[in-house]
Design a protein around this ligand. Structure first.
Ligand code: UDP
Ligand code: MG
Length: 231
């Protein structure tokens, strides 16, 4: 890309039963993106089989904004499946993944894009654990400790799926995702040059988490088993 030329950045957001959140999410996102004059944007909204009015709201948003494209699943497949589908659907030269509940603050995007423009292939937003329930913080801390002892890759506490990927990385993820579904591991394992940016933990204001503690533990165990050469 030559200097001054605009590039397209895709923002991919999965939603499951977020009818009370989606409009607020969209308007905060657009507020931030509209201040970015250099780049073009594509916003990809994924309805992961919601049972509420999330999809109707996506249609309404898309009708009024030509930058918005969407995917809708007939049933709930889980955030990772939605995310991978979004990565496949995205056409931007860089793709930003973020949650649809404002726990991943849109205000971080300009900094992430700037780091990409400086040449990073992966820009990870890392949250602090301010305001989190103490037992969650405790479990997470021990999970990362144990996981990093047992696995062949290193995971960083607080880094989730709030990330920007260059096109090169997006293509790599798409080509390897069929072999392993543990995205925290996939994203860490790829090993492209990465910049980590910190943001303050955001407590969800509307709706509730779709992930129970039990689910999180299962996910963690699956991850440890799949990123491991130790028998
Ligand atoms: N999500 C999804 N499919 C699911 C569960 C969640 O697309 O089966 C979306 C959800 O709507 C949100 C994001 O994934 O935009 C993160 O979910 P959540 O906030 O429930 O997870 P947490 O922040 O508690 O880890
Ligand atoms: Mg959340």
């Amino acid at each position: 890309m030559t200097e001054g030329e605009s590039m397209k950045i895709s923002v991919v957001i999965p939603f499951y039963n977020e009818e009370r959140m989606i409009e607020k999410m969209y308007s905060e996102l657009v507020h931030v993106l509209n201040q970015q004059t250099k780049e073009e944007f594509e916003i990809i909204l994924i309805d992961d089989g919601s049972k509420d009015k999330t999809f109707e709201k996506i249609l309404e948003i898309a009708k009024n904004d030509e930058r918005v494209r969407y995917l809708s699943f007939s049933r709930n497949f889980g955030k990772e499946a939605g995310t991978i589908a979004g990565l496949e659907y995205a056409t931007g030269e860089a793709v930003i993944l973020m949650d649809g509940d404002l726990q991943h603050p849109p205000a971080m995007l300009p900094q992430m894009i700037e780091a990409y423009e400086q040449g990073y292939d992966v820009v990870s937003a890392r949250r602090t654990r301010t305001g989190e329930k103490p037992h969650r913080t405790f479990l997470a801390k021990h999970f990362y400790k144990l996981a990093n002892k047992m696995m062949d890759i290193e995971l960083m506490d607080g880094v989730s799926e709030f990330r920007l990927f260059s096109r090169k990385v997006v293509n790599a993820i798409i080509s390897m995702q069929e072999y392993n579904r543990f995205s925290k591991g996939i994203f860490a394992w790829i090993g492209f040059n990465e910049k980590v940016i910190e943001y303050e933990n955001q407590v969800r204001t509307v709706g509730e988490t779709k992930y129970s503690l039990k689910f999180s533990l299962n996910y963690a165990i699956q991850g440890i088993l799949s990123f491991n050469d130790k028998p």
